[in-house]
Design a protein around this ligand. Structure first.
Ligand code: BTN
Length: 264
């Protein structure tokens, strides 16, 4: 698998040199963190064929059955303070829409802030984790999982109605190695302009984000609140007009956003 992935990556991509493939591990994000703490360099890529403890945002699990999806994490060491990286998840989301479009010939959308979706169902997700002091970023881990080969029955019962896979969408077999290489390449390109093209990236994110303009409910400190998503600010926070027409800024850390009538 590693050889195949490398065969699709351009020679100029320096991340080729630090690419690790694992048949089965708990979570590529967890192992990436351990490796980053032990000094692994910027651009270290970890890919797993299977995760036994795949994680998502807000402490949720991410179903990662063997050979059914792409599960990967990258260690980034951007030379800036953490306040300059607030848009990282959004930038990765746009990169992943580009990667899927390039490899699979359809473009997913993004449900704010980190879900890749297609026709109102979840195709994959992004989990960004940061280790930083107030002025310096030690590392960021960007973890992405994309469902590829599942049929509806392959998903755990609790997500069966809201999950999809690339094969369910296209009806064609998915080349996991090619998709994986396309994702690595898109992340590598994103990394080159992450700090200098923030505004452009956020404009692209707004275009891909289907949450904008939607009536939503969001859970904040166990309170359900209602509103309409009207914009996304420069750092990726959602601007919501509440029931009284008052604008509120909702940041991704603590809220779960749902459409009024379901997952989207
Ligand atoms: C989400 O759905 O909230 C995000 C899902 C992120 C899943 C990926 S799979 C590779 C990496 N390792 C993990 O444990 N999680 C991310």
């Amino acid at each position: 698998m590693k050889k195949e992935i490398l065969s699709y990556l351009p020679e100029q991509c320096q991340w080729r040199e630090h690419l690790h493939w694992y048949e089965s591990i708990s979570s590529t994000n967890d192992l990436a963190k351990k490796m980053a703490n032990e000094g692994a360099p910027h651009g270290t890529v970890l890919i797993a064929g299977h995760q036994t403890g795949g994680r998502g945002r807000l402490g949720r699990s991410f179903s990662s059955p063997a050979g059914m999806g792409v599960y990967l994490s990258v260690i980034l060491r951007p030379e800036c303070g953490p306040e300059k990286l607030m848009h990282l998840t959004c930038a990765c989301a746009v990169a992943m829409c580009n990667a899927v479009e390039n490899a699979l010939a359809f473009r997913p959308s993004v449900k704010w802030i980190n879900d890749l979706v297609y026709e109102k169902k979840k195709l994959g997700g992004i989990l960004t984790e940061l280790s930083a002091s107030s002025e310096k970023t030690d590392y960021a881990i960007v973890g992405i999982g994309i469902n590829c080969r599942q049929t509806q029955q392959d998903f755990p019962a609790e997500i069966r109605d809201i999950a999809t896979s690339s094969e369910m969408i296209t009806g064609k077999p998915c080349d996991l190695a090619f998709l994986c290489a396309s994702m690595i390449c898109a992340l590598w390109q994103m990394d080159q302009t992450l700090l200098c093209k923030k505004e452009e990236m956020m404009n692209l994110y707004r275009k891909d984000c289907i949450t904008l303009g939607q009536p939503i409910k969001f859970l904040q400190d166990t309170h359900v609140q209602y509103g309409t998503a009207v914009d996304i600010d420069a750092d990726g926070a959602l601007i919501v007009s509440d029931q009284n027409g008052i604008l509120r800024t909702v940041s991704s850390g603590e809220v779960s956003v749902r459409g009024m009538y379901g997952y989207i």
